[in-house]
Write a protein that binds this ligand. Structure first.
Ligand code: SAH
Ligand code: DHB
Ligand code: MG
Length: 221
């Protein structure tokens, strides 16, 4: 599902509200040239992530799913002075592209990229006394979002913000019988949120240059 009008309006809004940005453009270009999938957040969504980080004065951010680091750069720009972001990525090739993008952005010293499976790395973060994080962005494999949410709650404090990408999937999320493991992962995650007394949550459907999808935004109580 991808309406040309959504893209036209998105392009117009970006033109009005987001100044041209050579670093972010170069990051997307490098991603495409390396053959990575074009599934980074859109510019408007990336700026939303930066603004949310700034609104909560984030000094520590955790991202699950780096890809080429496009969303990471937006989040890193939202960090308060002295802040740091840890980002987790499974694929070495994605991590290499991301590291080059971080260097070009001048952000290598505030971004800590950990290579490996997020489900393996997340428990080690708790042990090494990382966190609680001010903001956590979950954007890796959707099948494992329930696991990532459980870990995110453990790495949170009251007031932490957890954002989960791709919770609508062009509307597929409403299909209880879906055979798609991603859809089932998101549905199970939503049930967990509903049953979690420490989570105050909403979901926002989005349309734009990347089609029809949405975010869940949670404030930890
Ligand atoms: N946040 C990025 C997009 C991430 S795409 C942006 O908006 O710019 C999802 C990423 O999650 C891919 O790079 C994929 O390799 C990674 N991923 C998939 N499964 C993973 C896992 N088990 N652990 C860590 N990363 C994973
Ligand atoms: C996919 C993953 C994403 O993080 C996204 O924003 C869009 C699509 C995917 O795996 O298809
Ligand atoms: Mg995503």
């Amino acid at each position: 599902m991808n309406d040309p009008q959504w893209t036209a309006v998105d392009d117009y809004l970006v033109q009005q509200l987001l100044p041209p940005d050579a670093v972010l453009d170069a990051a997307l270009k490098a991603s495409g040239e390396a053959g990575l999938p074009p599934i980074s957040v859109t510019p408007s969504q990336g700026k939303l992530l930066m603004l949310l980080a700034q609104m909560v004065n984030a000094r520590s951010i955790l991202e699950i799913g780096t890809l080429a680091g496009y969303s990471t750069i937006w989040l890193a720009r939202g960090l308060a002075w002295g802040g740091e972001i840890i980002t987790l990525e499974l694929e070495p090739k994605h991590a290499d592209v991301a590291k080059a993008n971080f260097a070009r952005a001048g952000l290598s010293d505030v971004i800590d990229l950990r290579l490996g499976s997020a489900a393996d790395i997340l428990p080690t973060l708790a042990n090494e006394d990382a966190g609680p994080f001010d903001l956590i962005f979950i954007d890796a494999d959707k099948m494992n979002v329930p696991t990532y949410f459980t870990c995110a709650m453990k790495l949170s404090r009251p007031g932490s913000v957890i954002i989960v990408d791709n919770v609508v999937r062009a509307g597929a999320v409403v299909d209880a019988e879906s055979q798609d493991a991603s859809v089932q992962g998101i549905r199970r995650f939503l049930e967990m949120v509903a049953a979690e007394p420490r989570a105050s949550a909403t979901a926002i459907q989005t349309v734009g240059s990347k089609g029809y999808d949405g975010f869940v935004i949670i404030r930890v109580l």
